[in-house]
Design a protein around this ligand. Sequence first.
Ligand SMILES: Cc1cc2nc3c(=O)[nH]c(=O)nc-3n(C[C@H](O)[C@H](O)[C@H](O)COP(=O)(O)OP(=O)(O)OC[C@H]3O[C@@H](n4cnc5c(N)ncnc54)[C@H](O)[C@@H]3O)c2cc1C
Length: 479
Amino acid sequence: MRLHWHRRDLRLADNRGLAEPADPPVGVFVFDDEVLAHAAPPRVAFMLEALSTLRAAYREQGSELLLRRGEPTGTVPDLAEAIDADAVSWNRDYSGLAQRRDDHVAEELKDEGRLPRPFHDAVCHPPGSITTTQGEPYAVYTYYWKKWRDREKDAPRSVPELAGAEEVPELAGAEDVVEVDVAPGELPTVEELGFAEPDAAIPTASTEAARELLESFLAEDVLRYAEARDYPAEACTSRLSPHLKFGTVGIREVDAAVRERLDEVSGEERESIETFRSQLAWREFYAQVLYYNPDVVTENYREYEHDIEWENDPDLLEAWKRGETGYPIVDAGMRQLLAEAFMHNRLRMIVASFLTKDLLIDWRHGYAHFREHLVDHDTANDTGGWQWAASTGTDAQPYFRIFNPTTQGERYDPDAAYVARYVPELRDVDPGVIHGWNDLSADERETAAPGYPAPVVDHAERRERALETFERARGEGGT
Ligand SMILES: Cc1cc2nc3c(=O)[nH]c(=O)nc-3n(C[C@H](O)[C@H](O)[C@H](O)COP(=O)(O)OP(=O)(O)OC[C@H]3O[C@@H](n4cnc5c(N)ncnc54)[C@H](O)[C@@H]3O)c2cc1C
């Protein structure tokens, strides 16, 4: 008997840890309080729905997904003992917390004579497999990407045979190790796990839903992805991020479908698909950055000579969080986050630059807010994105390249359609007025959109201040 411990692989198809060992597994998911301490309502809701569909898929095959609550160290080995499993498989997670947890579980299993079987599953190319010629992990994306693109990829794994529930008579007896504080076999609700129901509508969380997204994206949007992906009103990106985070779809399955489409087209369409693949490679680049540098969650990857003197004004931070900075494109992004638990990538870059450069607020505050609200929050990608914007990351935006929020709005939302979607006060305002909001007088603003705030800071002034701050951190000039 083998136990498969699901974590961020909430699916049966294309699941290496589930499929590769020959013996049919019985599945378990453990509600881990240490992981839940970093969770947020949208992700808990997504995870519970994904678990519910995963359990239905197990049952359709005459098997069962067991549920436990507690510390995995202890819970997983106890369950392995209760069902007399000789091996426990799982798919690796690359954060420091996950690695420490998995090492403990592996040690406990070994002490009891059971075999721990960790697999690389979440990425096409695991950390350490794409390195510089000196064998070092890459800190520059471009070189990593070229190798990632050209390296052969594994084919998707099929759904394995699962252990029949009747083959595991001990399961009934194993109820005494149940620590889910609801009826055995029942999924807890969002509230029972200690969270409020999310305010935002959550995308459907299942393999089927992920496949539908992938299929419709590959049919059309991927062909214009290269030119349209930066225009938030177009909404032409895949929206696969929560599925890749929770593993409701396998990366080999995604990659194989993308490559199949690549072979069907040529010229600009082919380049557009390659641009999409390069985003999948960013995800794996950041996974290896996190794996080799677990501290990037709390510490700057790139140290300056002196500390960056963040100003951390609490009122400005609140205005940013609420989407009330008086910079329409920034506010639209922040309000999309609150309304949908999601934000378009161009907006993530704009609002992160605005927080760290215009407001001079430490990226860790922005990261914490994203973690609290994003359905797709992923430690590697989120720290990667924040540290990029703050000019503290591996392959970061140079500190002197500071986004101008007005120009960004004009360029990427020329008709202000995205702003109008999320900022109701500006819905009936002419795009020209929206893009010139910081040039208007108080009276003109009051007439155009009563109630919508004046800019909380002056971008030109703050840009200079940010440059001075970063130059001081670099030990250059300034007082
Ligand atoms: C400040 C900041 C914070 C971010 N936080 C997260 C996060 O918590 N979780 C997250 O998945 N992405 C994060 N991103 C990256 C990116 O914004 C999202 O992956 C993307 O918007 C998700 O939408 P999509 O699935 O439609 O993307 P698509 O454009 O369709 O891309 C496909 C997939 O590629 C990956 N991807 C795309 N862009 C990036 C990128 N820049 N870095 C790493 N992977 C990428 C994602 O898995 C995404 O689902 C962040 C970016 C920034 C600038």
